[in-house]
Design a protein around this ligand. Structure first.
Ligand SMILES: [Zn+2]
Ligand SMILES: [Zn+2]
Length: 326
């Protein structure tokens, strides 16, 4: 009996092992490869045409596109409420681009491109894998949750979609009025208090450029340079927030925004000093400083603010609306 029972037990083990090999392991593998599509983001509804390179345009569901934008535009280590605020801003920007009537000169066949200098940054799942390595799965899920927690939500001002511009860090100075950067009033892009950026983001960053480089980039001829090198650059006016509004270089006057663009400065919040060979800039913050400050949004979230509070802090007078279900 004992021998017989042992034989059956052996047979039992074999069946279990075979079941695992034939069914279990392939099932685990398939599941492992496709976990991100087990609960797919809604395939129906808004499809975004995205120019991802000069030759390639892809079409993908709006919320799927937004996962790639939030992953590209914000550090994944940020608080989930900041990621949600970013998802709403990115969704609003995307819809704004999709509903406008004229096509874009740079990509007439696509609604948006993945270039942060033109539309907003976007990365593919493959790129996320490369960047995050072993943390790909939890990071992806964190961003996906932030996007899906705000699904369909958009920011409006007086019933219209807003242009939800955002920047990396205001340096703790507070955000800038859109009028100071783009020259026209935008009622929901006014200065907002922001002392929430992480301390290291509030520290000045020093950069230096040679006088020759300065002259080349500003297209200044040597004749325009006064003899006294130390008076070469003079800040003439600052905006109400304290950023550079007008700066005189030699005999030419530039706006702070223009100087930042030509010299590739981190922001218009700078101090400047000259020697006989070079110019030293000490800048605070990163970006144009208008709209949502991303590092500030993270600081606000860490202090307990919810994403809707973060959004109404930086985009004043706006309301959250949801895309109606069809
Ligand atoms: Zn674009
Ligand atoms: Zn800030």
């Amino acid at each position: 009996m004992a021998v017989k029972f042992g034989r059956y037990r052996w047979l039992g083990y074999m069946i279990v092992v075979l079941t695992l090999v034939v069914i279990g392991i392939p099932a685990l593998l398939v599941r492992g490869c496709s976990w991100e599509s087990r609960e797919p983001v809604k395939e129906e509804g808004v499809q975004v045409k995205l120019q991802i390179s000069e030759e390639e345009i892809i079409s993908l569901p709006l919320e799927q596109y937004l996962i790639g934008v939030v992953a590209a535009e914000m550090p994944v280590s940020f608080h989930e409420e900041a990621l949600k605020a970013q998802a709403v801003a990115a969704r609003t920007y995307c819809l704004l681009r999709m509903v406008r009537e004229e096509e874009d000169d740079q990509h007439p066949e696509a609604h948006l491109c993945a270039d942060p200098g033109h539309c907003q940054a976007w990365i593919s799942n493959e790129e996320m894998r490369k960047r995050w390595g072993w943390n790909y799965r939890p990071n992806y899920q964190k961003i996906r949750s932030a996007v899906l927690a705000t699904v369909g939500e958009l920011l409006t001002y007086e019933g219209q979609l807003i242009d939800p511009v955002y920047h990396s860090s205001c340096g703790g100075r507070g955000t800038e009025d859109a009028r100071e950067v783009w020259g026209h009033e935008v009622p929901y892009l006014k200065r907002a208090v922001c002392s929430y950026d992480a301390p290291e983001k509030q520290k000045p960053v020093n950069t230096q450029i040679s006088l020759q480089e300065l002259f080349t980039k500003l297209k200044i001829s040597d004749q325009a340079i006064p003899a006294a090198g130390f008076e070469l650059i003079k800040i003439q006016e600052r905006t109400e927030s304290g950023r550079v509004k007008k700066v005189k270089v030699g005999s030419q006057v530039f706006s702070g925004v223009e100087l930042r663009k030509r010299l590739g400065l981190r922001s218009t919040d700078f101090k400047v000093a000259c020697t006989k060979e070079k110019v030293l800039f000490s800048t605070r913050g990163y970006g144009h400083a208008v709209g949502m400050c991303q590092y500030g949004a993270n600081g606000l979230a860490q202090s307990g603010a919810k994403y809707d509070e973060i959004l109404s802090h930086y985009y004043q007078g706006t309301k959250l609306k949801t895309i109606p279900e069809k």
